[in-house]
Ligand binder design. Structure first.
Ligand code: MG
Length: 388
């Protein structure tokens, strides 16, 4: 049986690597839907190569361009973010890979779960923003959420065969990013170009900045809490610069399981798409002779404040993580435009967490409203504090 896949965000880092995985296994996987926000040219060339039955271009001004380029190929072309909510429900889709960036993943993911589609989740922001809605909905619909994030894939793999055993603790590994070991003063002066240089992983711009600030690890803490139903106090972050041990689970007898591998996103992508089967691959293998020592050190939450904010947001619950996420999306955007400095991103997050309206039991509409209001608040802060 061929698995027919909808890839939301096919032109991004995860999307293009997913297509490489699919290329290797034409007898197992077929591309059914491809979607992109802006990159029409790449979407067109992907559609010509993979012949999905539907494509979506988010930017509606590019609809004619895509439509004309694909005419005669028997591909239905849609435009606009709303279309994502339709294509994920198609009968011909067996699994949805959510590889789009940020909050934009929330509504299509909700629709896909409501339609009973298994989710290969690469969009961690969906769970960060609204894990309290997504996880119960997935449970109700009997839909598996298969994590693509390497750390969460590792934890998921450690938990296979352990469903009857409670988790004592999850240990999330972090590479530490390009600024590992930096002091507060050093961090204050880092540039956009430095922040975009990750030592181990090749990823999109947003997640690379989040990795440099340890916000990515903070978002992953929240993601892990929802995926594996654990409290903030049961999650520990450990810096592991080699990025070989992808994460660990400690059980109540004190035993710890870990999953290891080279830092290559194709492995967790393939695992999620192929689940429950491990598909034979020719990915490069780990060789201990190239890694004579694997090291671990404590994460520095005083210097990298965003990680501390994430634990705080998780503890507070309600819509606080939604506030944190929206503020962070604006902060990263402003930093990439060089409107604010690196540590100012943390000041902005703190501002929004303090001044945002806290709701203990938000509905989906509340999350949408919180996201909108926080973005406005954050944008105002950027305008006032713009260093240009
Ligand atoms: Mg990760």
């Amino acid at each position: 049986m061929v698995k027919r896949i909808a890839i939301l965000g096919s032109t991004g880092s995860i999307g293009t690597q997913a297509l490489e995985v699919i290329d290797q296994h034409p007898a197992i996987f077929k591309v059914e839907v491809l979607t992109a926000m802006n990159q029409a040219d790449l979407l067109i060339s992907q559609a010509i190569q993979y012949k999905p039955s539907h494509v979506v271009i988010g930017d509606e001004t590019k609809y004619e361009l895509v439509k004309n380029a694909l005419s005669g190929l028997n591909i239905v072309v849609h435009a606009g973010a709303k279309s994502l909510e339709e294509v994920v429900t198609l009968n011909s889709v067996d699994i949805v890979l959510t590889a789009l960036v940020g909050y934009a993943g929330l509504l299509p993911t909700v629709k896909a779960i409501q339609a009973g589609k298994p989710i290969a989740l690469a969009n961690k922001e969906t769970l960060v923003v609204a894990g309290g809605l997504i996880m119960p909905l997935a449970k109700k619909m009997g839909v598996p959420i298969l994590p693509v994030d390497s750390e969460h894939s590792a934890i998921f793999q450690c938990l296979m065969g352990e469903s009857h055993n409670p988790i004592e603790k999850i240990i999330l590994t972090a590479s530490g990013g390009p600024f590992r070991g930096f002091t507060k003063d050093q961090l204050a002066n880092v540039t956009r170009a430095q922040a975009l240089k990750h030592p181990n992983w090749t990823m999109g711009a947003k997640i690379t900045i989040d990795s440099a600030s340890l916000m990515n690890k903070g978002l992953e803490v929240i993601e892990a809490a929802w995926l594996f139903d654990v409290e903030a106090s049961q999650i520990e972050v450990v810096v592991h610069p080699q990025s070989i041990v992808h994460s660990l689970v400690q059980f109540e007898d004190g035993s710890i399981k870990a999953q290891l591998g080279l830092p290559d996103m194709k492995l967790p992508i393939q695992f999620a798409l192929g689940y429950p089967n491990r598909i034979k691959s020719d990915f490069p293998r780990f060789d201990f002779r190239h890694y004579p020592s694997l090291t671990f050190e404590q994460a520095d939450v005083d210097t990298f404040r965003n990680l501390g904010f994430a634990f705080k947001a998780l503890d507070q619950g309600g819509n606080m993580a939604c506030i944190l996420n929206a503020a962070n999306e604006i902060a990263v955007g402003a930093f990439l435009k060089e409107e604010i400095g690196f540590v100012q991103m943390s000041d902005l997050l703190e501002h929004c967490m303090v001044h945002g309206t806290f709701l203990a039991h938000p509905t989906l509409e509340d999350y949408i409203e919180t996201d909108l209001l926080t973005r406005k608040m954050a944008q105002n802060w950027v305008e006032i504090n713009n260093k240009k």
